[in-house]
Design a protein around this ligand. Structure first.
Ligand code: MN3
Length: 202
């Protein structure tokens, strides 16, 4: 049984960057529905007991196309939002540390350059989707983007380290059409200590 993470902050803790009503709706309705549907479809497919990473990495093993699509969409919706909500903090570390900090500098030139690349990927995603920082098996880093609830496991892109949701439901209540302002706010509450820990754990 897959469960939403318990938010490691109160719903208004990320104000004014991410407002309470958006968190309540996004976590309490969108993410909740993805999770419930994913659980039902996993049971229907006989995949109970497997991890979300295993299921999303092996979608080709699901023969029925409609069931495969439902598991891709709702499994992504479940997994992507767990990572998204986990990485925020009201008192975020403003920069990565250790191995990740060195790798970002070596790969992108600087932390600001990485943020610019993620911003470009998130701004350039037409319609609904996500921008990601992923790590390959050799721990090299890459910025990628996916449509809908597709994710780095279902698209075989590596291990996700940062999940930046650019569906309108992530920002429209507060930022309306100004996706760029929301992306700036996202970085204000992204906790680089958590991102660094994820990289260390690979
Ligand atoms: Mn979302």
């Amino acid at each position: 049984m897959f469960e939403q993470i318990t938010l490691p902050y109160s719903v208004d803790a990320l104000e004014p960057n991410i407002d309470a009503l958006t968190i309540e709706t996004h976590y309490g309705k969108h993410h909740k529905t993805y999770t419930a549907t994913f659980n039902a479809k996993v049971e229907e497919a006989g995949l109970t007991g497997k991890t979300a990473e295993e299921i999303l990495s092996n979608l080709d093993s699901i023969a029925d196309p409609a069931l495969r699509t439902a598991i891709k969409n709702n499994g992504g919706g479940y997994y992507n939002h767990n990572l998204y909500f986990e990485l925020f903090s009201a008192t975020p570390a403003a920069a990565p540390t250790g191995e990740l900090a060195a790798k970002i500098d070596a790969t992108f030139g600087s932390l600001d350059a990485l943020k610019e690349k993620l911003t470009a990927a998130a701004t350039g995603r037409f319609g609904s989707g996500w921008a990601w920082l992923v790590a390959k098996p050799d721990k090299s880093l890459e910025v990628v983007s996916t449509a809908n609830q597709d994710n780095p496991y279902s698209e075989h892109m590596g291990t996700p380290l940062i999940a930046l949701d650019v569906w309108e439901h992530a920002y429209y209540l507060k930022y309306k059409n100004l996706r760029g302002d929301y992306i700036k706010a996202f970085f204000n509450v992204l906790d680089w200590a958590k991102v660094s820990a994820k990289y260390d754990a690979i």
